[in-house]
Design a binder for this molecule. Structure first.
Ligand SMILES: [Ca+2]
Length: 565
C-alpha cells in the first residue's frame, strides 16, 4: 500500500528492527563508480504564467531561457499544484503535497486534518537529503517557503534567500544566509535587488562546490515575479509601450506566437477572457463571478496604471532571465553545461489576486489609481503592487483561471529540460504530461541512488512521481492518472480525460483534453458514467493521500452552504 498508510500500520517490533537497519545502512550510490553523474540545477520561478517566456509565446525578452529551450526539451503539459507551498513540498519530496502535511500553506496551528498540518512531516525525505547521501554537494539560493525545519536542517549545505513566502525585492534585511556564520555579501545602499543577489550567492556556492570535486545539486528558487512588483525603473520603462496595447491584444499575440512555435495546433481554442471567481476582495468590489473587463472598456487613467503594473512584472521576468544567463555562462565557462541537467519551471499559474485592478500597500482590498509622477515611481523601493486578474489571464494564455485553481491556467507551467549529454532532442516539445513530483524520482535515477525506504527508523512514503528520464527522449511514462486538490478546487487527469471542479462544493466538469486542451467544452452531462468513475477514482486517491477530510466548507461530498456561490 503506497502513501502514509505504510508507516501508520507499523508495529513496535517492526519499528525497532527497521530502526536498527537504518542506523547501519546509509544510502549508497547504486553506481558509485559512475564518474559522469550529471550536476543538477533546478530553477524555479514564482507565479510565472504558462506563456510568459518567449519560448512559450510571450513577448517578454527571455533570450537565455529561449536558448535553453532550443537546446533541450519543452514540456507542453507540465503540471504543478496551483500554489507556492504545496508545489515546493511536492517538488522536494516526490509526493502529493497533502502526504507531506502541506496541502495548504505553512504556518498556523497544527490542524486536526492530517494533510493540512502546515509543516512537512518528518518521515518525508527531501531531494537534498537524498542527493547529499549520494555524494552530491547540495546548494540552495532563493525562496524556501516550506516552514520549519529549514533548508540546512533538510539537507542543504549552503543557503541564501527568503525563508518566507514573499517580501520586498529591494530590502536585503528580509533575506537570510545559513548556516549562521558563513560569509555574506554586502551591497551598497540602493544596490540590493533580490533576483541579482540570489544569483550572486548561487555563483559563490558553485565556486565553493567546485573545490570539492563532487557533482552538485543547485536549487535556484527565484521569488520573481511574485508580488510585490519591484524592478529597476529603466527596465520597466522599456516595457510600458508594449502593455499600453492592453491584455486583449497581448492574449491574441501570445496565442498567435504559440501557433507559430508549434506549441499549439488547430485543436486549441483561445479561451474568452476568464471569470473572476468570487473571493474576499472581488466580491465586495463587485467583480466576483464577472469576467475580466475588455481593455477598451476602461478609461485611459486605469489603462495607464494597469500597463505600468504589467511592465513591472515583465521587467522582473526579464531580469530573472538575465540572471539565468549569468548562471548558464558560469556553467559554460567551467565546461559543465554539457553534463548538467538544468530544469526550469514555475510553482503555479499566474496570480489573479484578487480582481482586475490589482492591489496596493499589501495583499487585500486597497487599490490606488496611480497617475503622473506617482505612476512613474511604481515598482521602486517602498512601493507595493500586484497586477490583478486581467493580466494574470493574459500570462496564462491560452488557458482559463489562475493560481489557486486546478483548471489548466492554475496548474500548467512552462518546463524546460536541458542536458546535452543526456537529452538528444533539441528544441522539441514533449506532449506527455509531467508533474513537479516527478523531479525527485528523476534526480534519484540520475544520481544512481536508491530512494530510502527508511529514515531515522521511520518508513518513508514511497515516491508518487515517475522519473522523467524516458520522457526527455520521447519515451512513454507509465502512469494511470494525476490528481490535484487545493482549497477545495479539484482535478484528476487520466489520459485524455480531465475532471475538474472549482470550490469545495463545485460540480465536476469533464473535458477531453485531446480535442479541447483549453477546457472550453464541458461534456459532463453527456458522459455521466465517466464522471462517476473518475470522481470515485479521485475520491479513493483523496482518502489515501489525506486530502479528505479537508478543512474547507462544505465538507467533501456535502451540499454547498450557499448554492449560488
Ligand atoms: Ca507561487
Amino acid at each position: 500500500m503506497p502513501g502514509l498508510g505504510v508507516w501508520e500500520m507499523m508495529d513496535r517490533r517492526c519499528f525497532l528492527k527497521s530502526s536498527a537497519l537504518a542506523a547501519l545502512a546509509p544510502l549508497l550510490p547504486l553506481r558509485a563508480a559512475a564518474a559522469r553523474r550529471p550536476n543538477i540545477v533546478l530553477m524555479l520561478a514564482d507565479d510565472l504564467g504558462y506563456s510568459d517566456l518567449g519560448c512559450y509565446g510571450g513577448e517578454i525578452q527571455t533570450p537565455n531561457l529561449d536558448r535553453l529551450a532550443r537546446g533541450g526539451v519543452r514540456f507542453a503539459h507540465f503540471y504543478n499544484t496551483a500554489r507556492c507551498c504545496p508545489s515546493r513540498a511536492s517538488i522536494m519530496t516526490g509526493l502529493y503535497p497533502h502526504q507531506t502535511g502541506l496541502g495548504n500553506m505553512t504556518g498556523g496551528k497544527p490542524s486536526e486534518f492530517q494533510g493540512y498540518q502546515g509543516r512537512i512531516n518528518r518521515p518525508c525525505v527531501m531531494i537534498p537529503e537524498v542527493l547529499r547521501q549520494a555524494g552530491y554537494t547540495t546548494l540552495m539560493s532563493g525562496k524556501w517557503h516550506l516552514g520549519a525545519p529549514g533548508p540546512i536542517e533538510r539537507g542543504f549545505e549552503e543557503y541564501f534567500g527568503l525563508i518566507h513566502g514573499f517580501d520586498s525585492f529591494w530590502d536585503a534585511s528580509k533575506y537570510s544566509r545559513f548556516p549562521a556564520g558563513r560569509p555574506t555579501r554586502t551591497y551598497p545602499d540602493g544596490k540590493f535587488y533580490s533576483t541579482n543577489a540570489i544569483t550572486d550567492y548561487a555563483l559563490d556556492f558553485l565556486a565553493g562546490a567546485r573545490q570539492q570535486k563532487k557533482p552538485y545539486f543547485l536549487y535556484l528558487a527565484y521569488n520573481a515575479p511574485h508580488f510585490p512588483l519591484h524592478a529597476p525603473k529603466e527596465v520597466i520603462d522599456k516595457y510600458v509601450p508594449l502593455y499600453e496595447k492592453g491584455w486583449d491584444d497581448i492574449r491574441r499575440r501570445r496565442f498567435q506566437r504559440q501557433r507559430e512555435l508549434g506549441l499549439v495546433d488547430q485543436r486549441w481554442e483561445l479561451t474568452p477572457r476568464s471569470v473572476i471567481p468570487p473571493n474576499w476582495v472581488a466580491t465586495p468590489h463587485g467583480w466576483g463571478g464577472k469576467d475580466n473587463p475588455a481593455w477598451d472598456s476602461m478609461d485611459a487613467d486605469r489603462r495607464g496604471d494597469l500597463a505600468r503594473r504589467m511592465a513591472i512584472f515583465a521587467a522582473m521576468v526579464d531580469i530573472m532571465d538575465r540572471n539565468i544567463g549569468r548562471l548558464l555562462d558560469d556553467l559554460r565557462s567551467h565546461g559543465e553545461l554539457d553534463n548538467t541537467l538544468v530544469v526550469f519551471l514555475s510553482d503555479n499559474g499566474a496570480c489573479a489576486e484578487w480582481d482586475p485592478w490589482g492591489f496596493d500597500t499589501k495583499s487585500g482590498p486597497e487599490n490606488i489609481l496611480h497617475q503622473g509622477a506617482e505612476r512613474e515611481r511604481m515598482g521602486q523601493p517602498g512601493t507595493y503592487h500586484s497586477y490583478g486578474s486581467g493580466w494574470a489571464n493574459a500570462c496564462n494564455t491560452p488557458f482559463r483561471l489562475y493560481k489557486h485553481y486546478t483548471h489548466e491556467g492554475g496548474i500548467t507551467t512552462p518546463c524546460i529540460a536541458h542536458w546535452p549529454a543526456g537529452i538528444t532532442r533539441r528544441g522539441a516539445f514533449e506532449r506527455q504530461p509531467g508533474h513537479i513530483m516527478d523531479l525527485m524520482p528523476t534526480f534519484v535515477e540520475l544520481a544512481g541512488v536508491e530512494y530510502p525506504a527508511m529514515q531515522n527508523g521511520v518508513p518513508v512514503p514511497p515516491m508518487e512521481g515517475r522519473s522523467l528520464v524516458p520522457a526527455f527522449n520521447g519515451k512513454p511514462l507509465q502512469r494511470d492518472a494525476l490528481y490535484w486538490e487545493h482549497e477545495g478546487n479539484r482535478a484528476i487527469r487520466a489520459g485524455r480525460w480531465k475532471l475538474a471542479a472549482v470550490d469545495p462544493g463545485g460540480e465536476w466538469e469533464l473535458y477531453d483534453l485531446e480535442a479541447d486542451p483549453t477546457e472550453l467544452h464541458n461534456v459532463a452531462a453527456s458522459q455521466p458514467e465517466r464522471v462517476k468513475s473518475m470522481a470515485a477514482q479521485w475520491e479513493a486517491w483523496a482518502k489515501r493521500t489525506k486530502v479528505i477530510p479537508w478543512p474547507w466548507q462544505p465538507q467533501y461530498g456535502a451540499a454547498p452552504a450557499d448554492p449560488g456561490r
